[in-house]
Design a protein around this ligand. Structure first.
Ligand SMILES: *Cc1c(COP(=O)(O)O)cnc(C)c1O
Length: 401
C-alpha cells in the first residue's frame, strides 16, 4: 500500500493540477465533524468542503436514505418519471416558499440555469429585444466556473486565458445599492448576487443592503437572483440568508449542502409564472432530478428540521464569534460572518495566516486559509458546544503563542 507521499505523488502525476490541497495530508475517513488521515490522525473539520458538509460527514439518516434508494433505482433520466423527484420537489418548494423547482447537479449548472431563465423572462415577459438582455453581477463574486460565469469573475485566476466570454453582464461593486440603481437600463433583466460573498472572504454586506436591492429590482422590473449555494440551508443561522432581511428573491439557487454531503445536487427555485418559461425540451441535464440524488436531498432537508440545525448554526455561530472575540491576542484584525460562516482575519503585522493553519492542523483542527490573512471557519452545522470549545482552545493557543 502507498504511504501519504506515494498517494500524493500518484495523484500529482495523473490528476490535473487545477487546484492544490492546503496540506500534504491524505484524508481517508469522515464521521460527523471528524475526519481521519492515513496515519490515523483525527481532525475536527472546520472547513466542511467549502461549507458543503452542513450535516457533517456521512450523516446516518442521509446514508440510510441513500442505501435504501441504491436498492431500488438510481437513474431514470427525465425521459421517464421516477417516484422520488415529486416528493423532493414538493419538499424543497415548501421549505423555501417557491412554487416550482428545477433540479440540476452542480452549483455552476444551476447558476447557468438561472441565467438562462432570467434572459428568457426578459425576452418573453419584459419585452427586451432578442440578444440584448443584460444581467448585473457584483465585483468579487463567485458563482462557478463555466465559461459564461468565469467571464464575469473579478479573479484573473478564474478568467484569464479562458475567453472569449458571453456578453451581457455588467459588474458593479458589492454592498452598494446605489450602484445597482445607476447600472439598471431598460434591457436589464436580472441582478445576480450572493447574500454573503463567501469565496471572496466571507464579505457580509451592511444591514439593509438586500432589502434595498429587493426594492430597486421590484421598482425597475428586474429579477433578483440570489445565489444561496453556500449561504442556504441553515449555514448563516437562518434556513436561507435572505430571511435575515425579510425579503424574497425572484429566483433562488441552491447547491452544495443540498446533496447531503454525498452527491452533487443543485436546484433553481422560482414562481410558477417564471419557471413555466422552461417548456418541454428547452433545458436539460442527464443527472438533474435523478432518484438517488432526490432521495438523498429529501433526507438532507428533513435532517435540517428534525435536528434543529438552523438554530444550532445560529447559536454556535454566535458562541464562536463571542469566544474568539474575547481572545487575548493582538493578531486579529477582524472577525466577521453570520451563523457558522465566519472569517478570522489576521493583521498584516502578524504575518501570513498559513503557518497558523499548519499549527492548527497539528493540533487536530482542519481549516483553510483564504488569501494571506484570513482563516475561514465553517464547521458542520451539527457541531456541539464541546467540540467547538475544543477548536476554540486550539485557535487561542495558536494565536496567543
Ligand atoms: C460553490 C459555489 C458555486 C459553484 O458550485 P459548484 O457546485 O462548485 O459548481 C456557486 N456559487 C457559490 C456562492 C458557491 O459557493
Amino acid at each position: 500500500m502507498l504511504d501519504a507521499d506515494g498517494i500524493i505523488s500518484e495523484m500529482e502525476t495523473y490528476c490535473a493540477q487545477n487546484t492544490r490541497p492546503a496540506f500534504p495530508v491524505v484524508i481517508i475517513k469522515g464521521d460527523g465533524v471528524w475526519v481521519e488521515d492515513l496515519e490515523g490522525n483525527r481532525y475536527l473539520d472546520m472547513f466542511s468542503s467549502f461549507s458543503t458538509l452542513n450535516f457533517g460527514h456521512r450523516h446516518p439518516k442521509i446514508i440510510a436514505a441513500m442505501e435504501r434508494q441504491l436498492k431500488e433505482i438510481t437513474l431514470t433520466s427525465r425521459a421517464f418519471y421516477n417516484d422520488k423527484l415529486g416528493p423532493f420537489s414538493k419538499h424543497v418548494c415548501e421549505i423555501s416558499g417557491f412554487d416550482m423547482v428545477l433540479p440540476m447537479t452542480t452549483g455552476t449548472e444551476a447558476i447557468e440555469t438561472a441565467i438562462k431563465l432570467a434572459r428568457k423572462w426578459g425576452y418573453r415577459k419584459k419585452g427586451v429585444k432578442q440578444n440584448m438582455a443584460e444581467i448585473i453581477v457584483c465585483e468579487n463574486n463567485y458563482h462557478g466556473a463555466s465559461t459564461t460565469i468565469a467571464g464575469f469573475s473579478s479573479d484573473p485566476r478564474i478568467s484569464q486565458d479562458y475567453g472569449p466570454f458571453s456578453s451581457g453582464f455588467k459588474k458593479i461593486p458589492f454592498n452598494n445599492a446605489e450602484a445597482l440603481e445607476e447600472a439598471i437600463r431598460a434591457n436589464t433583466v436580472a441582478f445576480l448576487v450572493e447574500p454573503i460573498q463567501a469565496e471572496s472572504g466571507i464579505i457580509v454586506p451592511k444591514q439593509g443592503y438586500l432589502k434595498e436591492v429587493r426594492q430597486i429590482c421590484s421598482r425597475n422590473d428586474v429579477l433578483l437572483i440570489l445565489d444561496e449555494i453556500q449561504t442556504g440551508l441553515g449555514r448563516t443561522g437562518r434556513l436561507f440568508a435572505f430571511q435575515h432581511e425579510g425579503i424574497v428573491p425572484d429566483i433562488l439557487v441552491l447547491g452544495k449542502a443540498l446533496g447531503g454531503g454525498i452527491l452533487p445536487t443543485s436546484a433553481v427555485l422560482a414562481p410558477r409564472e417564471i419557471m413555466s418559461l422552461y417548456t418541454h425540451g428547452t433545458h436539460g441535464s442527464t443527472f438533474g432530478g435523478n432518484p438517488l440524488a432526490c432521495a438523498v436531498a429529501d433526507a438532507a432537508l428533513s435532517v435540517i428540521a428534525e435536528e434543529g440545525l438552523v438554530e444550532n448554526a445560529r447559536q454556535m455561530g454566535e458562541y464562536l464569534m463571542h469566544q474568539l472575540g474575547k481572545m487575548k491576542t493582538g493578531k486579529v484584525r477582524e472577525l466577521r460572518g453570520k451563523g457558522l460562516l465566519l472569517a478570522l482575519e489576521i493583521k498584516k503585522t502578524a504575518g501570513n495566516v498559513r503557518p497558523l493553519c499548519e499549527k492548527l492542523l497539528k493540533l487536530g483542527v482542519l481549516v483553510k486559509a483564504k488569501g494571506d490573512q484570513t482563516i475561514r471557519l465553517a464547521p458542520p452545522l451539527i457541531i456541539s458546544k464541546e467540540q467547538l470549545d475544543w477548536a476554540i482552545q486550539g485557535i487561542e493557543q495558536v494565536l496567543e503563542s
